[in-house]
Design a protein around this ligand. Sequence first.
Ligand code: LP5
Ligand code: MN
Length: 254
Amino acid sequence: MTAKQNNKTLFISDLHIESANGIILKSLLQLLEQQAIGADAIYIMGDLFEAWVGDDDINEAGDKVAGALYALSQNGTRVFLMHGNRDFLLGPDFASRCGGQLLPEPVVIDCYGQKVVLLHGDSLCTRDTAYISYRNQVRDPAWQQAFLARPLLERHMVAQQIRQQSKDANSHKASDIMDVTHQEVLDLIEKLQVNLMIHGHTHRPGIHTIRLHEPINGKHEAVRIVLGSWDQKAWVLEFTPEGYDLKHFSHPTD
Ligand code: LP5
Ligand code: MN
């Protein structure tokens, strides 16, 4: 049997969708209908939504995203979702409405024969100690259970307050502490013995080569690919058996 043509896997993150009628959702729908169609898989690596307060918060933006991903999955593209710091409460109910699967992080996948570690990226920003201690609290299952038991309106109000506190806090933080800690990256790559890492979160899209102290899989280098946030344009990492390409596109204008 001949190899399937046009094998590709897409990686996106940090869309921060907040409105059913906004340009970002339109841009995602365009990507799913035009570029993701026929792909082997799509990995949505966190912060798909601006804020997610629980799968019981049924809303039009969520419905549209789930409907489009479900259609893609029915057409044979595997759909994977990962938590970000804005949508860490996204649960298996929503994932199944997308015809997808929620991945733990970090997770190591095999992409056309290459081992790749995937994670949202916030856990690598360890110099941002205020964020890491906040993260430890809100990732605690007991805290989440209690939060999800609160009325929806209250959850929305808390989310809005935390967003505001986060914006205020970030305006006073040095820019470099909101980037990944190089040692954390190295430690994870060495622990998992991979030569490729893909993450988002920092909104600093790029491809970085990392010199290794000890070779991994016979190589002295590893690569860290950072996905971009979708505020000004759409960022997509396209992975094929031949290689990868970090692309960006203009959002639709109409
Ligand atoms: O999101 P962004 O890019 O602005 O900044 C992030 C970090 N901030 C956050 C907070 C999110 O923006 C808010 C998400 C709301 C939706 C969540 C659903 C509802 C859950 C409610 C949770 C109580 O993730 C920011 C990082 C930045 O990335 C770069 O990495 O710096 O971190 C912060 O701003 C955290 C502050 O430094 C500390 C905030 C203290 C808040 C204390 C409230 C305690 C709440 C009680 C928890 C038990
Ligand atoms: Mn993020």
